[in-house]
Design a protein around this ligand. Structure first.
Ligand code: PRX
Length: 701
């Protein structure tokens, strides 16, 4: 029987071992109706994926795919921690998501796109239609743009069917795609294009957001200029049009460089491109994410292992069947969209819904109207979206006749009250919930309940998913035991097929950042010596469920999206008057966390609103609107250690009205009170208990 007693409180030792006090929540059970139809109901799965059957247990996932040649070795550990999966196997991701379904499902919808304007009807793309469009675009990429296996292409597009079509066309050729979130700025796109060495950009001219047709092509000019400044020439910009034949942007088309895809595609009508059989280890895509340095890193994902992992977890954890209508509200520009809108669901021949716009547009009922109209039965979103929908229209879901069998939450910790609203109101007490914890680097889920087997516990992700053996270590590398009530660093003890191969072009950083911390012997060839360090704080309850507390590094999770503080700080420092910048997370009712900025000016400059406004504008142009800070504080000096390190933890405490802790070791302890008064006012506010990630913020390098 799982132990439901409250976790005992323990005294704090180090900062990453903070005792966590939280009330144990009651369990919720999946309905018999859900269990009766689920893909995974046999508890023997735990045995099949137990350590004694590792790594061969993962053959079960690889066997869900169609291979040109079967692998000879499941896992090669000869060059730790650069694991190789399904060695010797040959496979094509596009073939697995499209061609292999034609015999049975060619007239079934593969993708349904829902335009934001409600007077435009949803558009269904059948598997046959997807096959035709992917082939024709692949022919264009190969014969018009001159791309071949191993080349990189940067894609900056909104949520429309043309985005997965572009990805699948790349995958068909073995071209490595790098999708940059559509909401990122042109500059952010250009930097990523340069890092990946892309000479072709794929764009869309415009798309709808909150009722407005956004001019997106304008950002291509900035992307090209930025990439070229970094030494990467862009030869071609391929521009899809939101309305073929009608250009939605004011940006000029540059002759010889820019073309409208709908014009050029006419030359490839009826073209068929044989999928290229790729090595299982050939990279499928890059996905840039933020880390502890200013430069975003390109997470390089392999073809065979990644496809196996997203297909297996989509089947077992998302419970996707071909007859399901599945809607994940994430953006395809993030890893969730890659794994659980495009590759996983399409590999299983599901119908995957893509919505172009803002969930609350034109009103709080929009999401539920879409669910009702398309008869969606699996729904996948983030705590931020759930909090937003709950605030905008707590009673809206019951006005609509949709029925979810399964719902997912991903990207941030979910508060138990928000979980319960999701369960009772959105899920109408019928849908099972999985709280899935994972990261861009991981390819697919790491912790979650198995929906028909494990009971749900609000606020806890659950145990490791099949074949994943998580562990919590303290700073010294000692295991933090289940039920101790202490937090520590969650790690994964073993490799798995979805783990990324490396950071594009930076093997050292890959080893340093993810493996060095808990590796005792760099020469060891035994995978047991190479735990993966996730940079998240977590607590393990005595029932084996992990509760994720948040990042322990300098990453801020804004609305489920990662922003690196160093990245934001470097942007602030491009404002000429700014001498020093420090970015800290503050609690936000909807988005979880948002950045707040502290800046110190160069001598001779007085603080003005004009400088503050310029800092905000710079963040928006260099990174995107997602980086907009809650507030910008101009301070006379930063709190610093004697070695000159800015104490972001102290600033985070001030911004969030927490206890600033011991500041006596600072080089300038007096500044702390001055900053506190400037931020909070003269009156000393009562300090709060505060979430764990804020207490730990900036304490781990
Ligand atoms: O802090 C964890 C949080 O999101 C981070 C990963 O962000 P990203 O790479 O953008 O991927 C997001 C989608 C997979 C993690 O380090 N996180 C993700 N899922 C959860 C979560 N925190 C708590 N609960 C989750 N279910």
């Amino acid at each position: 029987m799982p132990d439901t007693r409250p976790a005992p409180a323990a005294a704090a030792t180090t900062e990453s071992q903070i005792a966590v006090h939280w009330r144990e929540e009651e369990y919720f059970k999946p309905s018999p109706k859900f269990v009766a139809q689920a893909n995974l109901t046999d508890p023997a799965v735990n045995e099949r994926f137990a350590e004694k059957n590792f790594p061969e247990c993962f053959n079960e996932y690889a066997e869900m795919l169609t291979w040109y040649e079967r692998w000879q070795k499941t896992l090669d550990t000869s060059d730790p921690p650069f694991w190789k999966w399904f060695v010797g196997g040959k496979i094509n991701a596009s073939f697995n998501c499209v061609d292999r379904h034609l015999a049975k499902y060619k007239n079934k919808a593969a993708i349904i796109t829902v335009p934001e304007p409600e007077d435009e009807d949803p558009v269904a793309v059948t598997y046959q239609e997807l096959f035709v469009r992917v082939n024709e675009f692949a022919a264009l990429l190969r014969d018009f743009a001159g791309l071949k296996a191993g080349d990189r292409v940067t894609i900056h597009m909104p949520m429309l069917a043309e985005l997965p079509i572009t990805m699948l066309a790349c995958a068909r050729l073995g071209v490595i795609h790098s999708v940059v979130f559509g909401g990122f700025s042109g500059e952010a796109c250009g930097l990523r294009a340069a890092d990946s060495g892309s000479r072709v950009l794929v764009y869309m001219d415009g798309y709808y957001r909150s009722g407005k047709l956004i001019d997106h092509k304008a950002s291509a000019e900035i992307a090209v200029a930025t990439a070229e400044k970094e030494g990467q020439k862009i030869d071609k910009v391929l521009v899809w049009r939101r309305y073929p034949g009608k250009y939605a942007s004011a940006a000029p088309m540059v002759k010889g460089r820019d073309v409208f895809v709908d014009d050029v595609l006419k030359d490839y009508c009826g073209a068929r491109v044989d999928p290229v059989p790729m090595d299982a280890e050939a990279p499928l895509f890059l996905m840039y994410t933020s880390g502890t340095t200013g430069k975003p890193k390109g997470c390089q994902h392999r073809t065979g292992g990644y496809m196996a992992y997203v297909t297996g977890t989509s089947k077992y954890i998302q419970d996707i069947h071909p007859e399901d209508t599945y809607w994940c509200m994430a953006d395809i520009g993030w890893i969730t969209g890659h794994s659980y809108i495009v590759y996983g669901p399409l590999a299983l021949a599901a119908t995957s819904v893509i919505y172009e716009g803002v969930p609350s547009y034109p009103d709080a009922g929009r999401v539920w109207r879409i669910a009702q109209r398309l008869d969606v039965n699996i729904f996948h979103t983030s705590p931020t979206a759930i909090r937003m929908l709950r605030k905008a229209g707590p009673d809206e879901p019951k006005k609509y006749h949709y029925h979810f069998k399964h719902m997912t939450t991903v990207g941030e910790p979910i508060e138990p009250e928000v979980w319960k609203w999701y369960y009772h109101e959105v899920g109408k007490d019928e849908a099972v919930i999985v709280d899935t914890w994972w990261q861009t680097e991981n390819g697919g889920f790491l912790c979650s309940t198995k929906p028909a087997i494990d009971p749900m516990k609000p606020g806890s992700a659950g145990p490791g998913v099949p074949g994943i053996y998580p562990i919590i270590y303290d700073e010294k590398g000692e295991e933090v035991k289940a039920g101790s009530g202490k937090a520590g660093n969650i790690c994964i003890r073993n490799p798995w097929p979805g783990i990324f191969q490396t950071i594009w072009g930076d093997r050292d950083r890959f080893v340093r950042q993810y493996y060095a911390k808990y590796n005792k012997d760099p020469k060891s060839k035994d995978w047991r010596d190479w735990p993966y360090f996730a940079a998240d704080g977590a607590v393990l309850a005595s029932d084996g469920y992990f509760r994720i507390l948040g990042r322990v590094d300098d990453v801020i999770n804004v609305a489920g999206h990662r922003l690196g503080t160093k990245e934001l700080e470097s942007a602030c420092l491009t404002v000429p008057e700014v001498a020093e910048a420090a970015v800290v997370p503050v609690v936000d009712e909807i988005k979880g966390r948002v950045p707040e900025i502290y800046i110190a000016l160069k001598p001779g400059y007085a603080p003005t609103k004009e400088i503050t406004d310029r800092v905000i504008a710079t963040l928006e142009t260099m990174i995107g609107k997602i980086a907009r800070p809650k507030r910008v504080h101009i301070v006379p000096d930063m709190p610093k250690t004697r070695s000159g390190k800015i104490m972001r933890r102290v600033l985070a405490a001030i911004s969030n009205t927490l206890d600033t802790g011991d500041i006596t070791t600072l080089a300038n302890p007096d500044i702390v009170e001055q900053i506190r008064v400037a931020v909070q006012g003269k009156e000393k506010l009562k300090t709060q208990e505060g979430p764990e990630d804020l207490k730990q913020f900036g304490t781990v390098d």
